[in-house]
Design a protein around this ligand. Structure first.
Ligand code: 0A1
Ligand code: ZN
Length: 882
């Protein structure tokens, strides 16, 4: 760092703001060189502040202060002081108006936070602390104000000018070709929800009539030429609006709802009041350019941002430590929405895979933090999978413990109490507790303790007494700053299967009669015994049904138990889980065999189980595709004390070939059966058929025989849907076939004018398992279509390589590590948020062998020693080394 070491901010130091701001009147004069912002604030001392108001310290950075006026009188510079990150006015009156003029250069803003330019348009991103780069302000979420925004700019270059709320005025200026609009947002909001967009944009329009009969105008703004890719986003928005009314009784509250899609955006999207700004990736979709995963992503993110209108905007966060209040809850809501739109088990499996792939590693590494963190150096580093996805799991557990009705009552009470307020995670839990009459005191530890708990479960059957005793032990490994943990309140959903595979009615000792065949046990102590009575035969337990808690389950299942559960468990999630547990076990055994130079052999019983799934005509193809996918290299690595990168890759490849060799005919039959020529549709059934077809093609290509190659090349050339084109291209990219290069070339030539499709082209090459990949990725940095200032390009190429290609990134030569560190340092100057997302790929360095450890540590040390390091990168790199 060039200045002093950045300091952490602590939750325990929270104090209410000394001043409040009631209204904000902004006037933007957008220019090519300079943008001028005039802000007029109505400020008063906060009656609820802990101490007398004193000096007013406003946040502000990276702009030029032009003037300050208090109650209409321009202040002399001696009457205030300006620091690099603040403007201080000593001893202002109790209530006053403050007018501040600032000048910015959005065209030089590469951080994509604050006001910046994208494709010639103006755009803002204010969460978490971007508003302070626009004007001086109390830039914290517990300062909620009503905004009025006037925008003036050249009418030809910026025909469309948008902000939050409703358009209240517009006029053309005489003579100079400029025009002006004014927007007013009637709802008080924190500064992070402010937005402004101006430029050449076209829109697609629709409308929605709310349950109470109000008509809302819906508009999606895109760059000209993209109107044909907005239909799915619009349909998703309307479904989201209907779902929130139906499930939570929540209606939209303004007369217009706008989405703007921009090509340069750090994250997925942003829920600014009435004016959501989206990464194009989560808006633009048509079958020729977007995969099924993209379509599902658009639907989920449109829903997520829309749902924020209530969970985030109407009720917001008191401070950034409470981020999961809005994010965990809103992710839970979007997951439920997608489950209702498609298949619930398939969605649950996908969400759990994601949690395990990203959140479990975070929770056991140097960046582990509670869902409600205690401290941070840079808040932008805490938009994490722990805050989002584990936060959603915590809300889901409340839903499980309270039931759907209890949860709905809790939501109603939460809005009744807190509409228009900035509140805490604790306020949310209190509303749930009070509405449902359930004590969640111990449950609150999920918010304060980091780490993934482990649940060890054993069962004992007493044939004479007809009882089954389940012993449940919980523990949680230490995490940074939390060496020991108190027991969690864990909802353990389970069933017991009799030898025919049927569920046994469940009755605990002391209970009058059975309470269903699947139930939730409250695990609260370090060790607990649950005794089931009237159990006629030795059962096989189906534990943690639906993944009822974000824990690691250890249960002494035999291979036969797992095969039995795979075939019979009434809970679809656990049928999938049993197969994954068995596969993980077998693959890790093979990794050990390989390390000991023993010959590799895949158990025929396992292949038979796969064969039964493949041939089961009653199975949902989407589920079958998930069940037939082997655990990822990353997940297998997590199960090892020291990750054997090469062993895992080799063994997984071996297993895929072995399965493909044994089941070749079945795979071919599946490929043909799923590959019907029906017209493209994006419903769950069609997505499932494509998933299973491409899974079959993937296995067949593991054999790389002439027939498989012909199918793959044929699919690449003839398929209409991008899902199928990309599946084939991804498989070809892993090969040394002559068709590889021609396919990649053809794909680029066809799609070079579609940036989102070019991103796929970059990531497919970045994820190729071929040994040349690092050199090719390094060369692609110089490709005309690569742009390091564009986050999507960085995520596709650099992120695809470092995050999606374990065997090449972790090449023992260390070239991958050097490459990533170089890119982190280049990005650090341009876009600290993106740089910090890249440096996180080093965080798990301690999980590797000594040679790789020292190579990765050296790169982290090189990064930390670099002058001019951003807070973002400094925090991740230095904590990784601790
Ligand atoms: N609140 C958004 C995510 C988001 C967060 C930060 C951003 O810039 C730093 C941008 C978007 C969401 O949850 O969708
Ligand atoms: Zn969100």
């Amino acid at each position: 760092m060039d200045k002093s070491t950045p300091q952490a901010i602590h939750l325990k130091d929270y104090a209410p703001p000394p001043y409040l701001i009631d209204t904000v009147d902004l006037a933007f004069d957008l220019g090519e060189d300079v943008t001028r912002v005039r802000s007029r604030l109505a400020i008063r001392a906060n009656p609820d502040a802990a101490s007398p108001a004193g000096a007013l310290v406003l946040d502000g950075q990276d702009m030029r202060l032009v003037s300050v006026a208090l109650d209409g009188r321009t202040l002399d510079p001696s009457e205030y002081s300006v620091g690099p990150e603040s403007l201080t006015i000593p001893g202002p009156p109790e209530a006053f108006s403050l007018e501040v003029v600032t000048e910015l250069k959005p065209q030089e803003n590469t951080s994509l936070s604050g006001l910046y330019r994208t494709s010639g348009n103006f755009c803002t991103q204010c969460e978490a602390e971007g508003f302070r780069k626009i004007t001086y302000f109390l830039d914290r979420p517990d300062v909620m104000a009503r905004y009025r925004t006037t925008i003036t700019a050249d009418a030809l270059k910026y025909p469309v000018m948008l902000s939050n709320g409703n358009l209240v005025a517009s006029s053309k200026m005489e003579g100079d070709g400029r025009h002006t609009v004014t927007w007013e947002d009637p709802f008080a909001k924190p500064s992070y929800l402010f937005a402004l967009v101006a430029g050449v944009l076209v829109h697609v329009e629709d409308s929605y009539v709310t349950r109470s009969g109000r008509t809302v105008t819906l508009r999606i703004y895109v760059e000209p030429g993209n109107q044909d890719k907005c239909g799915h986003a619009m349909a998703s928005l309307k479904k989201s609006m209907a779902w929130d009314e139906e499930v939570f009784g929540l209606e939209y509250d303004l007369d217009i709802f706008m989405i703007v899609a921009v090509g340069d955006f750090n994250m997925g999207a942003m829920e600014n009041k009435g004016l959501n700004v989206f990464n194009t990736k989560y808006v633009l979709a048509k079958p020729e350019t977007a995969t099924d995963t993209d379509f599902l992503g658009v639907e989920a993110v449109v829903a997520h941002e829309y749902f924020h209108n209530w969970t985030g905007n109407r009720v917001t966060c008191r401070d950034w430590f409470q981020l999961s209040l809005k994010e965990g809850l809103t992710v839970f809501r979007d997951q439920e929405f997608s489950s209702d739109m498609h298949s619930r088990p398939v969605k649950r499996i996908a969400d759990v895979q994601r949690l395990r792939a990203a959140q479990f590693p975070e929770d056991s590494g140097p960046m582990a933090h509670p869902v409600r963190p205690d401290s941070y150096i840079e808040i932008n580093n805490f938009y994490t999978t722990t805050v989002y996805e584990k936060g959603a799991e915590v809300v889901r557990m409340i839903h499980t413990l309270l039931g759907a009705d209890g949860f709905r009552k809790g939501m109603d009470l939460y809005f009744e109490r807190h509409d228009g307020q900035a509140v805490t995670c604790d306020d949310f839990v209190a509303a749930m507790e009070d509405a449902a009459g359930k004590d969640l005191g111990q449950f609150r530890r999920w918010y304060s303790q980091a780490g993934t708990p482990e649940l060890a479960v054993t069962g004992e059957y007493d044939a004479a007494a007809r009882t089954y005793r389940l012993t449940v032990r919980q523990s949680c490994p230490p995490t940074p700053g939390q060496p020991t943990k108190l027991p969690f309140h864990i909802p353990l959903a389970l069933g017991l299967l009799d030898p025919s595979g049927a569920d046994i009615p469940l009755r605990l000792a002391g209970e009058p009669g059975p309470a269903g065949t699947s139930r939730v046990l409250d695990v609260t102590g370090p060790e607990q015994v649950f005794e089931f009575v009237d159990v006629p035969r030795q059962p096989v337990p189906s534990l943690l049904r639906g993944f009822s808690a974000p824990v690691k389950l250890r249960a002494p299942y035999t291979d036969d138990d797992l095969t039995f559960l795979m075939a019979h468990d009434g809970d679809a999630f656990n049928r999938w889980e049993a197969g994954q547990t068995l596969a993980t076990r077998l693959l890790l055994d093979l990794v050990a065999d390989r390390a000991e130079n023993r010959p590799l052999e895949l158990s025929p019983g396992f292949i038979d189980a796969f064969s039964r799934i493949l041939k089961d005509p009653d199975l949902d193809p989407a589920f079958a595709a998930q069940a037939l996918t082997l655990p990822s290299e990353g997940y297998l690595g997590q199960q090892m004390p020291v990750i054997d990168v090469d062993g895992i890759h080799e063994v997984r490849t071996f297993a895929r070939r072995a399965i493909a060799g044994r089941l070749r005919d079945d795979l071919l039959a599946t490929y043909r059966a799923m590959g019907g020529n029906e017209p493209f549709s994006i419903d769950a059934a069609a997505i499932g058929r494509r998933a299973l077809k491409n899974l079959a093609l993937g296995y067949l290509m593991a054999l790389e025989d002439a027939e498989a190659v012909e199918l793959c090349v044929g699919q690449f050339h003839n398929a209409q849907a991008m899902t199928d084109v990309i599946a084939a291209l991804g498989l070809l990219a892993d090969t040394r076939l002559p068709q590889r290069e021609s396919a990649l070339r053809r794909f680029y030539d066809l799609w070079k004018d579609e940036p989102l499709v070019v991103d796929k082209w970059f990531s497919i090459q970045a994820m190729s398992e071929r040994p040349e990949t690092l050199d090719e990725v390094a060369a692609l940095l110089a490709h005309p279509a690569f742009e390091i200032r564009n986050p999507n390009k960085v995520y596709a190429l650099i992120g695809g390589f470092a995050g999606g290609n374990p065997v090449r990134f972790h090449d023992a030569g260390g070239g991958g590590y050097r490459f990533l560190a170089d890119q982190v340092l280049a990005l650090n100057r341009l876009n600290p948020q993106v740089a910090s997302r890249m440096v996180k790929m080093f965080a798990r360095w301690r999980k590797y062998d000594p040679r790789r450890q020292s190579l990765m540590r050296a790169e982290l040390e090189r990064i930390v020693a670099t002058p001019g390091l951003s807070r973002d990168v400094f925090e991740i790199a230095s904590k990784s080394l601790e």
